[in-house]
Design a binder for this molecule. Structure first.
Ligand code: AMP
Length: 169
């Protein structure tokens, strides 16, 4: 009897140990999932806002697209400008329009670009709106400049948003 009792209690200990191992494994998996969710919720670019007075960084993502080092879904291209779809669209139509010259933001573009570049850039905006078929329905242009606006890419760009009502964006 005594022996049998000891055996039973050993089995109980084994079961408890197995349960503990299972729950520790589950906790590890849960912890991993929580860490992954937290990491994905806070993309690193959100912390890397562009200073409005920063010098031009020729390794920024749009400079690399202009050099052909990175792919882009191009909508329009001219001597002065390039328009391509935003990788993370915030509206049905979300296209970025950038000058080909090296300007960190609209202030630098206005101060340093030639008249031809400025006119060429304005023309690119109009042509892009027509290509995207939002010239009649309407569209919004946004150019985030500096930290308070949340600029993340240090190459002057307009976001062209449309294809649906975008008043609140
Ligand atoms: P901003 O925060 O005003 O500087 O806007 C930068 C925009 O660039 C964001 O809307 C991003 O989704 C977009 N973006 C970043 N990398 C790429 C890329 N490789 N291709 C297209 N759009 C991009």
């Amino acid at each position: 009897m005594g022996r049998i009792n000891i055996g039973k209690s050993n089995n109980k200990v084994k079961t408890v140990k197995a349960d503990l191992r299972k729950s520790t494994g589950l906790q590890t998996v849960l912890l991993f999932c929580m860490l992954a969710i937290v990491t994905l919720s806070f993309p690193t670019h959100a912390e890397e806002l562009v200073d409005a007075t920063a010098d031009y960084d020729s390794n920024n993502v749009f400079a690399r697209i202009l050099r052909g080092d990175l792919p882009a879904d191009i909508v329009f291209e001219s001597e002065y400008a390039l328009a391509f779809h935003d990788i993370n669209p915030q509206a049905k139509v979300h296209v970025l329009i950038i000058p080909k010259g090296q300007y960190t933001n609209i202030t630098r573009f206005n101060a340093d670009a030639s008249d031809e570049e400025k006119l060429g850039f304005l023309d690119a905006i109009s042509q892009t709106a027509t290509i995207m078929k939002v010239d009649e329905s309407g569209f919004k242009l946004v150019s985030n400049t500096g930290q308070h606006a949340g600029q993340t890419v240090p190459h002057f760009h307009f976001h062209l948003l449309g294809g649906e009502p975008v008043q609140s964006q």
